[in-house]
Write a protein that binds this ligand. Sequence first.
Ligand code: ASP
Length: 473
Amino acid sequence: MARPAPCWRRDLLTALTVAGTAGGVLLGLALRHSADRPWGARAVMYVGFPGDVFLQMLKSLILPLIVSSIAAAVGSLDLRLSGRIGARAVAYYCATTVSAILLGVALCAAVRPGAGGPPDKAAAGGARNVTTVDTLLDLVRNMFPPNLVQACISLYQTELSPPKTLPGQDPPANSTLHDWDIGGVHVPGTNTLGLVVFAVVMGVAIARMGAEAAPLLAFFRSLSAAMMVITGWVIWISPFGVMFLIAAKVISMESLSVLAGQLGWYFMTVLVGLLVHGFVVLPLFYTIVTKKLPFRFLLNMAEAITTAFGTASSNATLPVSMRCLEERNGVDPRVSKFVMPIGATINMDGTALYEAVAALFIAQARGRQLSAGQYLAVSVTATMASIGAAGIPQAGLVTMVMVLDTVGLPAEDVTLIIAVDWLLDRFRTTINVVGDALGAGIVASLSGKELGVADPEGSAEADGKAAVVVGDD
Ligand code: ASP
């Protein structure tokens, strides 16, 4: 179990991380303006090198951390209990994702960021190469990987190809994607969803087996503890790593003025939505459920928030956010180890809001009038797209395709928003992480009685009460 770090070290680390973020922006701007021609790819690579190494370190922790912490957390709970904690977590995920999407749709309808003609280089519409149904079926297929080793390095993806015609024969007129030949490939990546599902099932088996599975449980617990120790070391590199990741990005941006141009309204709509959701709606949920002010809790998550912004990856932030929750906010590790890895994989409020706004923006920019039914369809697929998006940089852009598909827009239209996506990705990842963290705080507070633990120390401090809840089972 994680030991709390001394006060001065925690504050120093927070100060360094915030300084690293600001330093990265300043360094990037200074380097950008120091040269009279655009920076070459090699020079950008050199600037980003320390950041890339930091990112690789974080990524290497993910796989053993996710599997061991979920298996250990589910395995050590009595099943009746993990059922209840799981139900609370799922209820929270659903409620917050729906509210994020409603907020996004409402903002988009009010601001109409895409109104007034298409943005410049409007991409020509072309053939879509996958249907919504295929994307959803791939999601389910990936939940149950046939080979766990393969799941560590690849994901399944359906691929459609135009029907073959005999020589001299014309392709069938009006053929739709549903008539295309269907096949599948394994693309490189980590099938996190599949591994999460396996770890949950393994945890349930361990919990059911009792004494017989004790060595296995001890193994997962000890592995998870070791991963947290390593994380503690890597965390001290984060101010430095985040600084270079951000600096390299600032240097390589095509044009700063693009942000202020036609995409400005879209950008601002998503940004305002994300900020309102992450720093008003979610903290309100937290305050209503836990009867505590959220400020201290959020401040204690500062390292996770800056790491999310710096890495644009919920998965890479996972070790940091779990550590912040357990050490600084005093959330019961049994809850954080259960809620966070699952949340990082499937609960992405920021991504959900962005998917809805982006699809509506593109529809507006293309001059499409959407029916009420289509608004609903966008909302539902945006939810699916956020669940299906992996916690890695710009994964949301990939699952955008299925949202566009529901309103009959071609996949190529994502090019309309690509210019600003790298920056929005950082903001939405931050909100994804904030959403998971507040969720863990809420679930821990609701489950305090069953867990039979003292009330989270950090949050009790927040309103000056030392509440102790003693479990009755
Ligand atoms: N980068 C996001 C995350 O890791 C996912 C997305 O692209 O929206 O949470």
